[in-house]
Design a protein around this ligand. Structure first.
Ligand SMILES: Nc1ncnc2c1ncn2[C@@H]1O[C@H](COP(=O)(O)OP(=O)(O)O)[C@@H](O)[C@H]1O
Ligand SMILES: O=C(CO)[C@@H](O)[C@H](O)COP(=O)(O)O
Length: 536
């Protein structure tokens, strides 16, 4: 929630102030938050892929292919979801006529392949037909590869070799090669299906695909989400020729020029004015990645560390300097392109917790009680749960060790629920520390995402990191970040001025006495266990 939630009803903008919308196209759903320039909350709406769009047959928002490593989303699903979301807002009597700016974000790394001729389709959108009917045949690759995909090991190797190794690639693009990165995904298509690649006139990220529909033309990729592609030189903020050449012929032309994140990319297309009542002058601001957008939506203080618990778990912070590492990622900062954002990402987040909740507890309430009933350190039991191949370590499977460090096949339910939380948070801490994160007396952990209001998760996080956990009332900081960034770019205000009414986060969990000794040792143990399971 932003400011005081004084106007929760649609059409609540009685003052006639300018309204700003923030969209979040994340893994399991799309969301929209509306606020005014003073940051008063107006409304929010969501469309969930599995339940609201069952015809696309997604599970957890995605299609996992038979090989278990290819993971995609039908591009047309996102197109249909956008119309449904706007229709739901309209049906709730939301008045679009004061919307002066829109921005937002998309799940990172996912790519969209526009077929030759699609630019014209975008230009000519007509309000009498749906977006889906007009655009569904506009994609040369109908299933967009997304961040959960792990099918590009060969391409990772090739890209690293082509620039002189993993560290060199990290120096140029902010990350060594990772299977989910967009450059590697594009390389796979250009190698395996050159005809389809040649028939593609534009490659968008999820984050540049949505504003392309909104302006009815190809919208540029922003520097911050562009940093998650292994293609952008984060030092010069231009595409790296070496990387482009390794990934596909004429790739620069298919990507278009990247832009700073706070850039107005065009006015809204008449389709949206005629159908929903947006004003002609409504500006569309470049969208960015969902994690960079959360950085904006949480408006952190120096030293704050953000822990996002969505489908993926990520840990990130704002940095004014960066150093290349083979762990984690450096992105160009979404608010100030001269600064950076440092991040580590874990694929097995909410879906692993949810599976164990279903199997061992039945409800989140029971899950919380079970975690509370077990001691910090779980009496020496340690578990790592990788239902999908993890980002780091690059491993799949379930690994349970008892207090004698013997491998066991199962834990009692209450041990299992604590084990998943401790194993996850310890891995998040170890990798954040490898990436240079330092917890000091001043550090606040700002928790966000679907799982961030779970009391047990908050407490385990506070104990493992030895830092207090804070939340804000709107858990969807990514969509909110879209609103803030829209105000920043549309009004030309400094970001600090935009967020001056941003509500102070509230402390929800403090470290328990004795946590340091327990979890410092468990972090050491994690490193040993990780070696054992990766060597195997
Ligand atoms: N009370 C809860 N405790 C823990 N996790 C929860 C709770 N409520 C929802 N979640 C988790 O939140 C996840 C969705 O988070 P969200 O940030 O909305 O995802 P995304 O943005 O990736 O689509 C779900 O997969 C679910 O497991
Ligand atoms: O791959 C990454 C970040 O590098 C993921 O964090 C995606 O950006 C998906 O985000 P959520 O849907 O889990 O928020």
């Amino acid at each position: 929630m932003v400011g005081r939630r004084k106007r929760q009803i649609f059409g609540g903008n009685m003052s006639g102030n300018s309204i700003y919308l923030g969209f979040d196209f994340s893994t399991q759903q799309i969301k929209c938050v509306a606020i005014d320039e003073e940051l008063n909350f107006i409304c929010e709406k969501a469309v969930r892929f599995d339940t609201d769009l069952p015809e696309f047959k997604t599970q957890g928002g995605v299609h996992v292919h038979d090989d278990r490593v290819t993971v995609t989303v039908p591009t047309a699903l996102w197109v249909k979801a956008l119309d449904i979301l706007l229709f739901r807002l309209q049906n709730g009597l939301f008045d679009f006529s004061n919307v002066m700016g829109i921005s937002g974000c998309g799940q990172q790394h996912g790519s969209v392949y526009w077929k030759k001729g699609s630019k014209l389709k975008l230009n000519k959108l007509k309000p009498l037909a749906s977006l889906h009917d007009q655009l569904k045949d506009g994609f040369s690759v109908p299933e967009s590869p997304i961040w959960m995909d792990a099918s590009t090991m060969t391409q990772c190797q090739k890209l690293e070799e082509s620039v002189g190794g993993p560290l060199k690639l990290a120096e140029i693009t902010g990350s060594r090669a990772f299977v989910r990165m967009t450059g590697e995904q594009i390389m796979k298509i250009s190698q395996n299906d050159p005809e389809t690649y040649a028939n593609t006139e534009r490659v968008s990220l999820v984050s540049s695909f949505v504003p392309s529909i909104l302006i009815g033309d190809y919208a540029p990729i922003d520097f911050s989400d562009g940093s998650g592609m292994n293609l952008l030189d984060i030092n010069t903020k231009t595409w790296s020729k070496q990387c482009l050449d390794a990934c596909g012929e004429n790739l620069g032309e298919k990507l278009g020029e990247p832009v700073p994140s706070p850039t107005v990319v065009g006015n809204i297309h008449s389709y949206f004015c005629d159908k929903y009542g947006f004003p002609d002058e409504c500006k569309i601001v470049a969208f960015t990645g969902d994690n960079p957008s959360s950085l904006a939506g949480l408006s952190p203080r120096v030293g704050d560390v953000i822990v996002s618990l969505g489908t993926s778990d990520t840990v990130f912070l704002w940095m004014s300097q960066q150093r290349a590492e083979t762990e984690g990622h450096v992105f160009v900062n979404p608010i100030d392109p001269n600064d950076y954002m440092i991040m580590v990402c874990f694929k097995n987040g909410s879906l692993e917790r949810e599976g164990i909740k279903d199997r061992c507890a039945g409800s989140w309430e029971k899950f919380e009680d079970m975690v509370k009933s077990t001691p910090m350190g779980n009496n020496g039991n340690f578990g790592l749960f990788f239902g999908q191949v993890e980002v780091q370590p690059f491993v799949k499977g379930t690994f349970r060790f008892n207090e004698k460090n013997e491998k066991v096949d199962a834990f009692p339910p209450d041990v299992e629920v604590r084990a998943v939380l401790e194993g996850q948070m310890i891995a998040r801490r170890v990798y954040s520390e490898l990436r240079g994160m330092k917890i000091t007396q001043q550090t606040r952990l700002l928790a966000t995402g679907g799982a961030s209001n779970n009391k047990a998760i908050q407490q385990v996080m506070a104990d493992v990191f030895n830092a207090p956990v804070y939340t804000t009332q709107i858990a969807d900081s990514a969509a909110l970040g879209g609103c803030y960034r829209a105000i920043q770019a549309c009004t030309g205000k400094q970001f600090e001025d935009v967020v001056k009414n941003h509500p102070e986060p509230v402390c929800v969990a403090k470290p328990t006495s004795g946590c340091v000794e327990i979890y410092d040792k468990m972090c050491e143990r994690y490193r040993i266990i990780e070696k054992i399971i990766t060597e195997k």
